[in-house]
Design a protein around this ligand. Sequence first.
Ligand code: ADP
Ligand code: ZN
Ligand code: MG
Length: 527
Amino acid sequence: MKYQPIIGLEIHVELNTRSKMFCDCLNNPNECHPNVNICPICTAQPGTLPVINKEAVRKTIKTGLALNCQIPEYSKFERKNYFYPDLPKGYQISQYAAPFCKNGFLEINGSPEGKPSASNGVKKIRIREVHLEEDTGSLIHEKNYSLVDFNRAGIPLMELVTEPDLRSAKEARKFAEELQLILRYLNVSNADMEKGEMRVEANISLRESGIKNKELGTKVEIKNLNSFKALEKAIDYEIERQSKLLALGEKVIQETKGWDDVKGVTISQREKEESQDYRYFPEPDLPSLSISQNLIDEIKSEIPELPQQKRERFKKEYNLSAQEIEIFIQARALSNYFEKAISELGQWLKEIKPEPKKESYFHLIKVCSNYLLTDLRGLLKGASVRPPKFLKKTWEGKDFFTPLEKESLTGLITPENFAEFIILIYEGKISSPIAKMVLTEMFSTGADPSHIIEEKGLVQITDESALEKIVKEVILRNQKAVQDFKKGKANALQFLIGQVIQETGGKANPDIVHNLLNKLMATAGNV
Ligand code: ADP
Ligand code: ZN
Ligand code: MG
């Protein structure tokens, strides 16, 4: 019998607000001393009263709006009661009956291997709700004892719940990855899974494929997924485990399991509690909230361009490939840099008469993105030296490949200089081997490219008569290759071009050399 996997995700996100959810303690995920960001409110001393963090509410609504949710006018907080040593109050303030955001969706590319920017295979994953609650403290388990740190207790925690619309581990991963991007674009969270800033729980059940009955099977919830890879592996593992059970005629038990990343298996933790176990009731210390249309409009206006819109714009404006676009989507600082360079190039193009065609514009952009994504990134990856501090200022983006790469690019090559460099290539002032040298020099000194080529005498040689002399010498010295060429060996021509370019220290224009060689070898007897 064949089974279809049914998957729904519950995702917790730590919001990057200045202070905690109901008190003025700092929300600092990098605090390394335990129990310093605490106060009578977040440690639940008797007689204290919580105050709602407005920034957290705005960030939750912003997320909901970006995910096409409705924002009901009426919302309220409720108490979720349970005991655990990391929960000082004995209850968590959360939302239950009236969350801030409801009934949204996120579109992902549904086909397993499809490129994210392709418009076909788009699949709508419904989002049931996005609500706001507070985080618990953290427990550190040693061999014979456990420690508790309340720095995290009371940090604003947003929870997003999808409908069971996902059908494979790959789709679930894609959803989570796209959501992470959106959270980062919105600047509501750093959403790093390894740091627990974004925690994904996967609910998985199987149902016989092809049958009319739409009833869902018993689901298992998996926690403790610390990376996208773990999410994907755990879901695949669980699909396999449940299929085997069902094939044997056994039943899946509804339970919560943990993922053991080292062993690659899910482990039973507890049978799932029902919501009535938590005895939810409206939080008596907080007022219910009325969200005005004005506030919604104001928050909506603060939503920046989102990843999918940016993919479409990059395709339309720059005609880049899906792979190139995806790099720019991930590395926002790099794409800001790219767009600055492109705008410089655009200024320059405007001054050219007659005005260049659209194709030349796209060609120029292509050259720019190639050098940025291949050559400059290569240099960044190999960079081991940090640039001087005073140069860092010119770099304003925050996220990049790694902190080192980010700092390496900082200021050393300004977008203006980079654009000038591309123009030099485009105008044929420097050949491509020379271009690589110039870029390396720009990278390590920050000098502007025209200065470098002037100082080092690297201008491309396009003067035919100067080149003709060298070409003749090369022909004389390489008679065997000339004969090979006449016998129709294409390699021989490449070899001869290489010889001439080498002779000029890489400065000869390869097209001119090519033409000269063809012309002179046709009359080789006369050389
Ligand atoms: P519970 O009441 O057990 O918490 P919910 O209905 O609230 O379950 O759903 C929690 C999450 O589990 C949601 O993301 C939802 O999409 C998903 N889910 C619900 N039922 C199933 C099912 N049968 N199979 C897979 N996922 C499911
Ligand atoms: Zn506090
Ligand atoms: Mg539920």
